[in-house]
Design a binder for this molecule. Sequence first.
Ligand SMILES: Nc1ncnc2c1ncn2[C@@H]1O[C@H](COP(=O)(O)OP(=O)(O)OP(=O)(O)O)[C@@H](O)[C@H]1O
Length: 369
Amino acid sequence: MTEDRAPLVEVRGLGQRFRAGPVRLFGRTPQVVAVDEVDLRIHEGEVVGLVGESGCGKSTLGRTMVRLFEPTSGSITFAGEDITHVRGKRLRELRRDIQFIFQDPSSSLDPRRRIGSLVAEGLEIRGGIPAARRAEMVAEMLDRVGIDPGMARRYPHELSGGQRQRIGIARALILRPRFVVTDEAVSALDLSVQSKILNLLRELKDELKLTYLFISHDLAVVHHVADRIAVMYLGGIVELAPAAELHRRPLHPYTMSLISSIPEGRLAGTEPHRTVRVEGDPPSPVDPPSGCRFHTRCAFARPERCATEKPVLRQLGTGHSVACHFAEEIADGTVTARSAPVPAGPAVPNRTVPDGPHDKLNVAARQLP
Ligand SMILES: Nc1ncnc2c1ncn2[C@@H]1O[C@H](COP(=O)(O)OP(=O)(O)OP(=O)(O)O)[C@@H](O)[C@H]1O
């Protein structure tokens, strides 16, 4: 992706904190640091995938970017306009250009309203479109997302999960937005339905010239649709690279662990270079670890540096950035895993590893003390 043209969406130092519990009169009220100083640029026509474990802040980042939340720090620029704090009329106008597709269409579709009326909602709010034209536009959009326009009089509960997600997509796209955030858009669906919805999203992107931030906890799903992938851990982006490059040459131990956990065969055309396992749950975002937030689970961590100094996201190749102090050394094998024998349990299968420096690093990580 060319980096020199102006991005459609850009966030700088974006932060989102939530209060965690009641306000304390004395001492600091605890806060969840859901998104921590994120920088990200998304170009027109691009699909950027955002992956990471549950609770790492993906949804919050996506919702903040489309201004469902007002950020607590940093800035958001859309098509050259600073939209960080826009409100009222301008924020409502922005809804034409920026939309969000939710994971669970059932909960975002009012069960008392008919499909046609649900899809037309954005047009009604926008106003100025005669009812007959609105009905036409709804029929066209339903047809476009693979729903028979004759079903416009049905209610959401009469549809399957996949059909409901198609309605969710139609609702988001009826105003012809330019930027769409999809949040776990296929996670609640059966595998066979997932691939149909992913194909639909891809076709619509080309046809309607959309730009996506595609959020999913599933790296294999993201790999199918994304041009670039951002890997998120405990509020921050730890690696960002073109999709193929990320799978060929992951540089962050956390990304390696995500790739290692994908069952063989789900990532066509890629071979994991090593097996890196990460154990335990992520630490609490209320009290995140010092230094590198991943150091408490990283087999390569050198506490003297990793526990004290926060790594910045730095570029290590064309369009490939990583936030790890030792990325080069891990890649060339001069920093190896502080690995102990893998605890008893099912062995991690060794996979076919291509020649190269990564061969040295077929390790299984354990949780560090
Ligand atoms: N409105 C809120 N108030 C307080 N804490 C919140 C709020 N929304 C999110 N959080 C917290 O912020 C952190 C990030 O949550 P978020 O939902 O963004 O993560 P996620 O990566 O999208 O996970 P999931 O896929 O499970 O939704 C979590 O610790 C979550 O509990």
